[in-house]
Write a protein that binds this ligand. Structure first.
Ligand code: ADP
Ligand code: MG
Length: 581
């Protein structure tokens, strides 16, 4: 059984293909969105999703979020006594999604298609692949998120040829892609984006404004009063969502300790002000948009359709800006935070050759320029460090391209081919991918030609072949996503190591979540209600202690009903009807 996974910065989802099309898979709590938050509970088990997010409010030092931004880097975080990197944290999210899928489908799930932003570089893609492996998944393909969104919208099934822009503003990343449906195929013409631009910036800007009005600076407050800031951000998140629907929203201002006392201070935010304060963030989406259109050699009038993806596109200002830019209304008939997972599931079906999808051909693009280092000669002096592009960014893949380089010295016996990815003239500003040595170049004057062929396939595997023209000597080098550190033995060791971290039992998810939710709310409630809540928590804990199944359930239901009176947190359930607008 194969699933499609949207491993998001903020939320992750999984879906599978049924005879009726792609369907989302709910997690143990019945939600389709699982927050990409990981925590290590006080007993050492791993919490993922909403339970971890609730836990994070009171135990930020035991939780990690937005780690997708660190994929492919050396970043590590210490949770409890355990050091974890972004790959390991992501693998825990994937493990939890896999367990949900297996429970839902009543079958083993091994194969998966996992999506990444189109501008993820080689290392980030490799890292995502590794996270899949650590979670026990066989990653069939790393798929670009906008490609997945286009597939979910059935752009390929349309009767006429057209150009579609996918505008994806998620929690932490912005991604814009130009997709062309042409003679029955779906082609990504160009893609651009930013790794530090998303809905969270709107929330933190709002929080910073409010702190400022209280005479505080966000960055300082975050260090000195972390609970205040995390609670305020939560309030701002709610307000932001409220403002996608209405004209104003009330934000409760927590005390320095993070408590939200009864009758404490509040402030009312008007949508107009919120939009004014965050306009500079939205402005930053213009440049990737222009770049993507430019690379695709298109003008905005050439675009037939615009598809909105990512939870942050629910903000009215986003929709209005996009509509103004293109002179037409964007499409948002599917829930913007669900389309990527749906598309990934369809792609998964396509790979395993699902009959209904056989005639769908999808091409993709190389999101970055790939090339080698060369030297330039200035008045007899050789300066290394220059980049010679071989495959330009936004070239449709699979692709194979050649370019020529030459020896610089007479009788030069060998040549070091260094591979880079990026858009800069100087290699040190680009990403180093690897190198290999071409030996045995025949003796002769400088200028012996070596032909370099780059072949880039749909899975992002880059194969480089250097041929010394004179001797027909060929040297081959493959840069794959399974590269480096990933010998089978090392993978096995890493998998073993991760096994020492146990996800808590799936049937316990609801218990843990309700308890964490209750503890978080406990701090926020006025004293009277707090006492009542304390009694309810006590009864629930007691039942759990005694392992009395019937009592656990009834006490949990009572507790859940009590908590629900105070809202569902900023749950995505409040978004369920938004797509129908
Ligand atoms: P990612 O792809 O980064 O995981 P999502 O597509 O799930 O992210 O989008 C998450 C972002 O969407 C968050 O920043 C969240 O605040 C924002 N968001 C979700 N619903 C709304 C809404 N109704 N109004 C405004 N922003 C929203
Ligand atoms: Mg996303």
């Amino acid at each position: 059984m194969s699933i499609g996974i949207d491993l998001g910065t903020t939320n992750s989802l999984c879906a599978h293909l049924t005879a009726e099309g792609a369907r989302l898979i709910p997690n143990a709590l019945g939600d389709v969105l699982t927050p990409s938050v990981v925590g290590i509970d006080l007993d050492g088990t791993v919490l993922v999703g909403r339970a971890a997010r609730e836990f994070q409010v009171l135990h930020p030092e035991r939780c990690a979020s937005t780690f997708k931004r660190q994929m492919g880097s050396d970043w590590k975080i210490k949770l409890a006594d355990r050091e974890l990197d972004a790959v390991e944290l992501s693998s825990l999210v994937l493990r939890s999604l896999k367990a949900d899928a297996e429970a839902h489908l009543k079958d083993n799930v091994l194969d998966a298609v996992i999506t990444v932003p189109a501008y993820f570089n080689e290392l980030q893609r490799q890292a995502t692949m590794r996270a899949g492996k650590l979670a026990g998944l066989n990653v069939k393909r790393i798929l670009n998120e906008p490609t997945a969104a286009a597939i979910a919208y059935g752009v390929h099934e349309s009767d006429e040829d057209k150009v579609v822009v996918i505008y994806d503003l998620g929690g932490g990343t912005f991604d814009v892609s130009v997709v062309e449906r042409f003679e029955g195929t779906l082609e990504i013409r160009a893609s651009a984006g930013e790794i530090f631009l998303g809905g969270e910036d709107f929330t933190s800007t709002l929080a910073a404004r409010i702190l400022e009005s209280q005479g505080m600076v966000f960055e300082h407050a975050e260090l000195e009063h972390p609970l205040l800031v995390s609670r305020l951000c939560r309030e701002c998140e709610l307000a932001k969502r409220q403002l996608s629907r209405g004209e104003d929203a009330v934000v409760r201002i927590p005390a320095l300790t993070g408590d939200l006392p009864d009758g404490g201070p509040t402030t009312t935010i008007r949508r107009e002000d919120f939009e004014k304060w965050t306009d500079h963030i939205l402005t930053r989406t213009d440049s990737p948009l222009r770049r993507a259109l430019g690379d695709a050699k298109l003008k905005r009038e050439d675009v037939n359709e615009i598809i909105l993806v990512g939870g942050a596109t629910r903000m009215r200002a986003v929709r209005e800006r996009v509509a103004r830019y293109f002179g037409k209304e964007p499409k948002c008939t599917l829930n913007p935070d669900e389309v990527v997972a749906l598309g990934a599931a369809i792609q998964g079906g396509l790979i395993s050759d699902h009959s209904s999808l056989q005639d769908l051909v999808i091409t993709d693009i190389a999101p970055f320029t790939l090339g080698v280092e060369i030297s330039h000669e200035f008045g007899g002096n050789c300066r290394p460090g220059y980049f010679l592009p071989i495959i330009n960014r936004n070239t449709t893949i699979p692709v194979s391209r050649i370019n020529r380089v030459a020896t610089i010295y007479p009788n030069q016996p060998e040549m070091l081919i260094k591979l880079y990815q990026g858009e800069n003239r100087r290699v040190e500003e680009n990403l180093y991918l690897g190198e290999f040595l071409v030996r045995g170049i025949p003796r002769g004057p400088a200028g012996q030609v070596v032909v370099i062929r780059f072949t880039y396939d749909l899975n992002g595997v880059l194969e480089v072949e250097a041929t010394v023209v004179e001797s027909r000597l060929k040297v081959r080098h493959v840069v794959t996503r399974y590269a480096k550190s990933l010998s089978e033995a090392e993978i096995a060791r890493a998998v073993d190591e991760m096994q020492s971290l146990k996800l808590h039992a799936r049937d316990e998810t609801t218990n843990r979540f309700v308890l964490r939710w209750a503890e978080r709310l406990y701090r926020e409630l006025p004293l009277r209600e707090r006492d009542l809540l304390e009694q309810l928590i006590f009864l629930f804990e007691e039942a759990m202690e005694l392992k009395d199944v019937a009592a656990i359930e009834s006490n949990r239901d009572i507790l859940h009903a009590f908590l629900s009176q105070y809202g569902d947190g900023y749950e995505n359930r409040d978004n369920q009807d938004a797509a129908d607008e």
